[in-house]
Design a protein around this ligand. Structure first.
Ligand SMILES: Nc1ncnc2c1ncn2[C@@H]1O[C@H](COP(=O)(O)OP(=O)(O)OP(=O)(O)O)[C@@H](O)[C@H]1O
Ligand SMILES: [Mg+2]
Length: 257
């Protein structure tokens, strides 16, 4: 089992969209996928039609109690999901007073390591305790970066957070930077993509800015590969899933689909 955390403290980078769509793509490829929503905004949860998660269905207990186990997951689109809700935000205060709490999810995941091929964690747009919990649970971080000035400006924060996390997890690395929201018609986006290519390794092919498919599929509560399977956006999602499967070493894993 490999755990990948979608990580960027900047808001709107594409963390939740990618977690959901990569999760579904990897499910279609035959892998056993667990999604964990650690963002109190709970976008991933609501996009999957899980409206109001109860506190005992979320990762709250795991965040605040080193003895707690992961809750029984919900099911959506062939994936298991541990949903989130707004109360998850309160876990941060309780984690503050417990040394080592930010490693709780990493330990809790050991319980389910035979049940899944891949765990995808959606982290909140912050550098608070939940974001640290999400990052420290990962084998590798996946960092979506919008091909905008805002995306570039956020990078030093991501990299300095990673340096801090390495004090507890020296081997933690970025498995893939994912260029998102790319509008190749603008010279601005083309220039930013060049800068990303020069600075970031490994960097995915850009996911193009396609609001019709991405926003409408999220609004419909469906992954892109289900909502518009023949679209150019779907092809890009599939390419990303292939890359994630490779990074996670899944080619050696027997597919269950
Ligand atoms: N390739 C794309 N083209 C157009 N819109 C996109 C694309 N990818 C994502 N979006 C949209 O961009 C918005 C932000 O994406 P998303 O919510 O996944 O980012 P996030 O990093 O999870 O945000 P937050 O930090 O608030 O949790 C969403 O409305 C999503 O539908
Ligand atoms: Mg999000």
């Amino acid at each position: 089992m490999q755990t990948l955390t979608f990580f960027n403290h900047a808001g709107g980078a594409g963390k939740s969209s990618l977690a959901l769509n990569a999760g579904y793509g990897l499910t279609l490829m035959g892998y056993r996928v667990l999604l964990i929503d650690l963002d109190p905004q709970a976008n991933l949860t609501s996009w999957l039609g899980i409206a109001a998660a109860e506190d005992d269905q979320t990762a709250f207990a795991v965040a605040v109690n080193s003895e707690a186990r992961l809750p029984v997951p919900q099911r959506a689109y062939g994936m298991d999901i541990v949903p989130s809700n707004l109360h998850m935000a309160l876990s941060e205060g309780q984690m503050m007073s417990q040394e080592g709490a930010t490693l709780n999810l990493r330990f809790a995941l050991k319980d389910v390591q035979d049940r899944y091929d891949i765990v995808l964690i959606d982290s909140p747009p912050s550098l608070g305790k939940l974001a640290v919990l999400a990052a420290l649970a990962a084998d590798q971080l996946i960092v979506p970066v919008p091909t905008r000035a805002k995306g570039l400006n956020g990078l030093p924060g991501v990299l300095s957070a990673l340096q801090t996390y390495r004090r507890l997890r020296p081997e933690l690395n970025v498995g893939l930077f994912v260029a998102t929201l790319y509008d190749g018609r603008t010279s601005h986006d083309r220039e930013v993509l060049e800068v990303l290519r020069a600075q970031l390794q490994p960097l995915s092919a850009p996911l193009n800015y396609r609001p019709a498919v991405w926003n409408d599929s999220a609004g419909a509560g469906e992954p892109v590969l289900s909502f518009a399977p023949n679209s150019a956006a779907a092809q890009e999602v599939q390419q990303l899933c292939d890359q994630l499967a490779e990074i996670a070493g899944l080619s050696a894993v027997t597919r269950h689909g």
